[in-house]
Structures are given as C-alpha cells and as structure tokens.
Design a protein around this ligand. Structure first.
Ligand code: ATP
Ligand code: MG
Length: 214
C-alpha cells in the first residue's frame, strides 16, 4: 500500500478527529456510525480510513497496518507505545483518569493504615504504576467495562476509571478520591511510515497542528 491508512475508532474519536481531517483537506462520504464498512474511502485516492476498537488503534499502527491513528493517552499508557511516534496532542476526547470509591468508604484512612486494596479496572498497567509509585499494595482485578459496578457489589474497594463530568460516579454513589492523569487523544504515527512516506505524512501533521483547539 503506497497510500496512507489512518486508524480511528467510532464515536467521540471519529467525531472529534473529523474537523482535523477536514482541515488537512480530507473528507469521507461514509459515516461509520451507520455504515458497516470497516474501510472507508476519502476524497483523496491515496488516503483511506479504517475503523477499529479504540484500544486496538496503537496495535494497527505499531505493526504498520495503519500508517497513523488517533488514540487516547489512557490506551497508549496501556499499550506502552512501542514502535509509535506521538507527535501531536490533539486536545480532543479530554477527560481524567481517577481513583474512585463508594461514598461511604474512607479511602484516606485505608491508605494511611497500609491496607491492601482491591482495585477493579480496565487500565491495569496505569493502576499498577500509580499505586506502586504511592507505595500502596493492591490486588488488581481486570474488567472490560462498567467499572462503577465493582465497588457497589463488593468486587473491589476502588476503581481506576476515566471521568469527565462525574455524573456516572454520582449516579452510582461513588466519589473520586485521586487524580492520576489528565487524558486526551494523541496522533500516533508508525515510525517506519514516517520516514518512508514522509512526503505524504508531514503536510498532514502540519495541517493537524494548525487546526488543534488550544
Ligand atoms: P470500547 O467502546 O471499544 O470499549 P472505549 O470505551 O475506550 O472503547 P470510547 O468510549 O470511544 O471507546 O473512548 C475513546 C477514548 O476517548 C478513550 O480511550 C479515552 O481517551 C476517551 N474517553 C473515554 N471516555 C471519555 C469521556 N467520558 N469523555 C471524554 N473522553 C473520553
Ligand atoms: Mg467508552
């Protein structure tokens, strides 16, 4: 493939990346929310989009199946970033990685007493790094979604999850007790593609950089 393949996930990443693509002169006639196609053409014969799970974007780009893509910092932290350039923070899909517990759980005193905490999360690597840096002993329980449920039914003492408005925590009688990181989505580029397809990729990077909301 001599053209450029861009990996995106459906939903907020696609919606918030579209204006940046448009700024680079790239438009697509297909809407991934209604189309069942996984490969979407664009107005440019040498550029196509592929639709993958948010957490799979770094993998497609790492192996060169996509030349570039858009992935949340949360996803990149879990992936590790091998084989990827991360030239731009796109300042989209912004949220925060937080530790949350039940409203009636005294997190501070549990930590102070050196209690071993059970933590449920989709973000095992992020959670492991965070609690190791604090010197808190944790048993991590891997989940794939709806982390908010875990403390409510006694699966865990705490969760590590993304929070934007805090509405979901509130609706489930949970409270955020620690801020781990600010999260936004990054442009990721395959390291070999950046060199081999520099003439096609660099103008896109320049256009994205100009179009990023500050
Ligand atoms: P999947 O639905 O395939 O399990 P996902 O839930 O991670 O994956 P999205 O919900 O589209 O997929 O999230 C994509 C990215 O958007 C996340 O990796 C994260 O960086 C960011 N994100 C997640 N939740 C929010 C939110 N509530 N507000 C803003 N950005 C968010
Ligand atoms: Mg989601």
């Amino acid at each position: 493939m001599t053209g450029i393949t861009i990996a995106l996930s459906k939903g907020r990443i696609f919606e918030e990346t579209l204006p940046l693509l448009n700024a680079a002169g790239i438009t697509t006639p297909e809407d991934p929310e209604t189309s069942r196609k996984l490969i979407l053409p664009t107005n440019r014969a040498d550029v196509r989009l592929i639709i993958v799970r948010a957490s799979d974007v770094p993998t497609y780009v790492q192996y060169g199946a996509a030349d570039m893509g858009v992935a949340g910092k949360d996803v990149l932290n879990e992936h590790g970033g091998a084989g990827l350039y991360q030239p731009l923070d796109l300042n989209i899909a912004c949220c925060r990685m937080m530790v949350a517990v039940r409203n009636d759980f005294d997190y501070e005193s549990a930590v102070r007493q050196g209690a071993r905490l059970r933590v449920a999360t989709k973000y095992v690597q992020t959670a492991r790094d965070h609690f190791a840096a604090k010197g808190v002993h944790v048993d991590l329980i891997k989940l794939y979604g709806s982390m908010e449920l875990a403390p409510l039914v006694g699966l865990s003492d705490a969760i590590v999850d993304l929070v934007s408005s805090g509405g979901t925590l509130k609706a489930n009688n949970l409270k955020a007790v620690e801020h781990i990181a600010d999260i936004s989505s990054r442009l990721v580029v395959n390291q070999a593609a950046l060199k081999l397809k520099h003439a096609a990729i660099q103008p896109m990077l320049d256009a994205f950089a100009l179009a990023i909301r500050k």
